[in-house]
Design a protein around this ligand. Structure first.
Ligand SMILES: Nc1ncnc2c1ncn2[C@@H]1O[C@H](COP(=O)(O)OP(=O)(O)OP(=O)(O)O)[C@@H](O)[C@H]1O
Ligand SMILES: [Mg+2]
Length: 378
């Protein structure tokens, strides 16, 4: 029984109401013991000399006349008290049922939903009605469930994507090895090179994944200090000069004069710009142009990488920063085999600096511009 009350808020509510009623009645009974006789006496006194109270009266006859009167009065008072108590108890039951419905029902619905979410059913939601604190709680609960649902979906997608990405080069390596063993493929330099290239791809993918997980989980320290923009751009162009040359794409600079240094981790800023410029070179056909430009806007430095390459169809623009996203998978593979992680890392790094990054393109074949903003060093 005590366990029942301990486990049910509604029963405890009812019990507390009944306790209040009981205390009220006891106090009323005790108080009436003292107050009623005196008040009765006063009333009797007011009615005339014959009925001069039941106690403390002058004559015995007077007392005998008043006592039954008083007892009857008391009995009807007690009867009224019992009816009042019963009415109060009924109200207490009705109120506690009502409160159970309006308070306990949503809370226990949330408790059940939480249990189902804990069991892995992330699509569970509770009904939100009204605007009170309970409705707010239900709203927050649903938001939390939504977030969990998204994280779970992302985790599942990530595992699917990663295994898919790993499978492609692995299948190629395995196929080539089997071909070599069966003597179907000639044991030439070219075959070995092909296998090495796939292994290299696998290696790069694993490195990229590791870098992505480090960057996304903020498991690295940013060494923020003033960075000279022209030195930054020089480092990147030097690094990518041979790639540009071999692709016969011209790599131009367009830096505003008197640029103040920007505030960033130099190594990471180089990584971001290398990423964007590398993409621009990768997705720009021969005789195209890639231009790195930098200018100041208020307290920020805006660095853009513009190319005259294949462009990005508008429907892909909002997704290309998502991990493993490629605007055209087959084309990206042919164009050098990107895995679609580079921009995700770049965005995470820019955002870790408190900056922004975005892409613009007029459409397929119209070239693209990638821009990021970092703060100016004061
Ligand atoms: N300059 C660009 N011009 C056209 N498309 C681009 C450009 N930069 C990126 N993209 C598109 O965005 C996609 C994602 O780019 P991201 O750099 O993240 O991946 P990737 O280059 O395919 O592979 P990697 O992880 O090796 O960089 C690319 O696959 C490509 O479709
Ligand atoms: Mg890339």
């Amino acid at each position: 029984m005590t366990d029942y009350f301990r486990q049910h808020l509604g029963a405890r509510l009812l019990l507390s109401y009944l306790a209040i009623i009981l205390v009220g009645m006891i106090v009323l009974i005790i108080a009436s013991q003292f107050i009623l006789p005196a008040s009765f006496n006063r009333h009797m006194a007011g009615m005339g000399p014959m009925n001069n109270g039941m106690m403390g009266g002058q004559g015995r006859g007077e007392r005998v006349g008043a006592l039954p009167f008083y007892l009857e009065f008391r009995a009807s008072f007690n009867e009224a008290l019992i009816y009042a108590g019963l009415a109060a108890a009924v109200v207490a039951v009705v109120l506690s049922i009502y409160l159970s419905r309006s308070v306990i029902a949503p809370v226990s619905a949330m408790s059940h939903a939480a249990q189902r979410i804990a069991d892995g059913r992330y699509d569970e939601r509770v009904q939100v009605s009204g605007e009170d604190e309970l409705a707010q709680l239900a709203l927050r609960f649903n938001q939390m469930a939504e977030k969990l649902d998204q994280v779970e979906a992302m985790r599942r997608r990530l595992i699917g994507d990663v295994s898919h990405e790993l499978r492609t080069p692995l299948t190629a390596i395995k196929g080539s090895m089997e071909g070599l063993m069966d003597g179907v493929l000639p044991a030439t330099q070219e075959t070995y090179q092909q296998i090495h290239m796939e292994a290299d791809r696998l290696n790069r993918l694993v490195d990229d994944l590791q870098e992505l997980s480090r960057v996304e989980s903020h498991a690295y320290q940013l060494d923020i200090r003033p960075v000279d923009i022209s030195a930054l751009v020089q480092t990147v162009t030097k690094r990518l000069a041979s790639q540009a040359e071999s692709k016969r794409v011209s790599l131009d600079l367009d830096l505003a004069p008197d640029l103040p240094p920007l505030l960033a981790d130099e190594h990471r800023a180089v990584q971001i710009l290398t990423n964007l410029t590398g993409n621009a070179l990768q997705y720009t056909p021969e005789d195209g142009t890639v231009t790195i430009s930098a200018k100041r806007t208020n307290n920020e430095i805006q660095i853009s990488v513009r190319d005259t390459g294949i462009g990005i169809p508008p429907e892909h623009l909002s997704n290309i920063f998502d991990r493993f996203y490629r605007a055209d998978k087959s084309r990206s593979r042919r164009a050098g085999g990107g895995s679609g992680i580079g921009l995700t890392i770049a965005r995470a790094l820019v955002e870790a600096h408190g900056g922004r990054i975005w892409a613009e393109s007029a459409g397929e074949g119209q070239g693209s511009t990638f821009t990021f903003i970092l703060p100016v060093a004061k």
